[in-house]
Write a protein that binds this ligand. Sequence first.
Ligand code: ADP
Ligand code: MG
Length: 263
Amino acid sequence: MSEASTYQQLRSHLATLRLSAAAEALPQVLEDAKAMKLGPTALLERLLAIEVSATEQRRRASLERFASLPAPWRLEDFDFSAQPSVDESLVNELGTLSFLDDATNVLLIGPPGVGKTMLAIGLARASIDAGYRTYYTTAADLVARCHRAAIEGRWATTMRFFAGPRLLVIDEVGYLPLQSEAAAALFQVITQRYLKSSTVLTTNLGIASWGKIFDDPMVAAAMLDRLLHRSVVFNIDGESYRMRSHRARSEALRKGVIVGTEN
Ligand code: ADP
Ligand code: MG
């Protein structure tokens, strides 16, 4: 076979195997190999490394799209000095993701604006970066999705969907009271993940008030039981971060006004 037809054959093999990054890089890699006098082993290694890195990049992009994080926050962005009730070393420990290994849950409890969503998303981001399948949903979206699934006869599929991710974030539990069907959906999601994979849950309601979210206090108790069995709980009782910066601004403004009148 002539060199030209061997080359065509090689391109066609790469296309058949769908190694498109390698196919695209082939002429350059061959040229480099000639210039640098690379042997066949080094040449093949270079070519396949290009394909491997393209595959890795596609996988990352798909994990990222799937996770549907609503904000780009990272744990490093969290200002611990503004929220002394959050244990920084505990957050950093969670950031290593060893909690995923034994399916530990994370509960973030506190009033609006204290950074619960930010911490939950920061953990989700770390999990995506480590290559784990991660998914973010609000409790309201989860419940609405399960409701549609029930109507359309896709309940089992939807439950499997929520069982799948290595880390599931359920944000804003407790903002809306959950009727029995909604409570059942959340309960089943928590139950099927119990001891298998971690869930990060944020809520504005202290554990003692969980009965209020659900029609049925037994469901609330059973759910809490599973969530707390192996868990890290943050009770964040500081003031809202946004209010804090508002206050700082208005204080600065007031000082400015006072200084202004003194002059
Ligand atoms: P929550 O979910 O508790 O209502 P969020 O996480 O949505 O609060 O935070 C509200 C806003 O304040 C967001 O813009 C968030 O980035 C910011 N924020 C809250 N706490 C902190 C913090 N400790 N450091 C930096 N930004 C914060
Ligand atoms: Mg929030």
